[in-house]
Design a protein around this ligand. Structure first.
Ligand code: TXA
Ligand code: MG
Length: 321
C-alpha cells in the first residue's frame, strides 16, 4: 500500500493552502482539463528538483510551465505572431507552446532541462486557474505519476502513484480530456507538433493551416539549428574525473578537498546532496561552459536517486562532441 496521501477537495480555502505550499517550495498535485499535474514553483530550483525526485524519472525531461494569464509569460518567453494567434484562439486549453526563453526569465533552468526554450500553457480548468492566479507565479508540472506509469485523471490515481511524495493533492474529480496537451514548437521557421494530445490536428489547422506534425522521436532535433534534444555544452565534457587538468573547468560533487586541479572549480553540492546538485546542474554547467577552458571535467556522482538523471544528462553532454 502506498503511504497515505494528503487529499483535499478543492475550495477557496484549500486552493489558498495549495498556493502557500507551492510558495514554500512544496509539491502540490492539481487538476487540469488534461491530467493531474505534479506542480512546483517553477522559479524555485529546489522545488523543481523535488518533482524529478518524486516522479523517480531516470532523466531530466523539460517540463511544462503553467500560468493563468498570457501576461504572466511576457517576462518569461519571447512571443511571436504565431504564438499570439494560437494563444488567442486556443487558450485556455490543452495546448502547450514551445518558445524561446526570454533573457528576463526567472524560471529554473532545471525546469527546461537547460534548454534555451520554454514549454508554456494556460490550462482550461477553473481550479487550476484559481490556484495559478492565487499563487501568481509560473508552475512547472509534469503529469502527477511515477515515471513509466499511466497519467492520472483522478485524485486516487495520484495518491496510488505518488502517495506521500506529494505534499498535497488538490482534488477536483475527473479530468475531462484524459490525455496530455498537444505540444507545438514555435522556435523554428515553421510551427511543428512535437506531441499529439488534447487539441486535434484538425482544430490546430483551423488556426494554422500549414502546421506539420513530426514523425518518430519528437525529442530528436528536426533540422540543424532547430531545437536541441538536450542541453549540450559548447566545450567537451568528461566524467568521473578525480584529478582535473589545469586548463579544464571542474564541476564537483561532494567535499571539494577530495578532488584536485581545475582552472575554475564549482560545486554542485559540497554536502553531496543529490537534490541540491540537480537544482544546480544546468546553471553551473552554463557557468563553466566558456571557450577559455579546454573542457569541463566532472567528478564522480553516484547513480542512486536523482544521481541517475544527473549522470544521464552529463553522459549526453559528453557524447555531444
Ligand atoms: O497536459 C499536460 O501537458 C500535462 C498537464 C499536467 O498540464 N503536463 C505534461 O507535462 O504532460 P510533461 O512534463 O509530462 O510533458 C512535457 C512535454 C514533453 O513531451 C516534453 O518533451 C515537452 O513537453 N517539452 C517541455 N519543454 C520543452 C522544450 N523546451 N522543448 C521541447 N519540448 C518540450
Ligand atoms: Mg507524463
Amino acid at each position: 500500500m502506498p503511504a497515505a496521501a494528503n487529499i483535499l477537495p478543492a475550495s477557496t480555502a484549500t486552493i489558498k493552502q495549495a498556493a502557500d505550499l507551492l510558495l514554500q517550495g512544496k509539491l502540490v498535485a492539481f487538476p487540469t482539463e488534461t491530467v493531474y499535474g505534479l506542480g512546483a514553483d517553477a522559479t524555485n530550483d529546489r522545488a523543481v528538483a523535488a518533482i524529478f525526485k518524486a516522479k523517480n524519472r531516470p532523466e531530466f525531461n523539460p517540463l511544462i510551465i503553467h500560468v493563468a494569464k498570457p501576461e504572466q509569460l511576457d517576462a518569461q518567453i519571447i512571443w511571436n505572431d504565431t504564438a499570439h494567434l494560437l494563444a488567442q484562439n486556443l487558450w485556455p486549453g490543452p495546448l502547450t507552446l514551445v518558445l524561446p526563453r526570454a533573457a528576463t526569465s526567472n524560471i529554473s533552468l532545471l525546469a527546461s532541462a537547460g534548454l534555451d526554450s520554454l514549454a508554456v500553457r494556460i490550462p482550461n480548468h477553473a481550479t487550476a486557474l484559481k490556484l495559478l492566479s492565487t499563487l501568481n507565479r509560473p508552475v512547472a508540472a509534469p503529469s502527477a505519476n511515477r515515471s513509466g506509469t499511466l497519467s492520472p485523471t483522478l485524485p486516487m490515481h495520484v495518491a496510488e502513484s505518488l502517495g506521500n511524495k506529494v505534499d498535497m493533492i488538490l482534488a477536483d474529480g475527473k479530468c475531462q480530456i484524459g490525455v496530455e496537451s498537444t505540444v507545438v514548437d514555435l522556435t523554428g521557421s515553421e510551427p511543428v507538433i512535437l506531441r499529439h494530445g488534447g487539441i486535434t490536428l484538425e482544430r490546430l489547422r483551423r488556426v494554422l493551416p500549414n502546421i506539420v506534425a513530426t514523425n518518430g522521436d519528437p525529442r530528436q532535433p528536426k533540422s540543424p539549428g532547430q531545437l536541441a534534444a538536450h542541453y549540450a555544452p559548447k566545450i567537451p565534457l568528461r566524467m568521473n574525473v578525480t584529478n582535473a587538468n589545469p586548463d579544464e573547468a571542474y564541476l564537483l560533487f561532494g567535499p571539494s578537498f577530495v578532488f584536485k586541479g581545475g582552472a575554475l572549480r564549482v560545486n554542485l553540492s559540497e554536502a553531496g546532496d543529490l537534490e541540491e546538485a540537480a537544482a544546480n546542474l544546468f546553471a553551473k554547467l552554463r557557468e563553466l561552459d566558456q571557450p577559455r577552458f579546454k573542457g569541463i571535467a566532472v567528478s564522480p556522482i553516484h547513480e542512486q536517486g536523482l544521481g541517475a538523471a544527473i549522470n544521464d544528462r552529463l553522459r549526453r553532454a559528453a557524447i555531444s562532441h
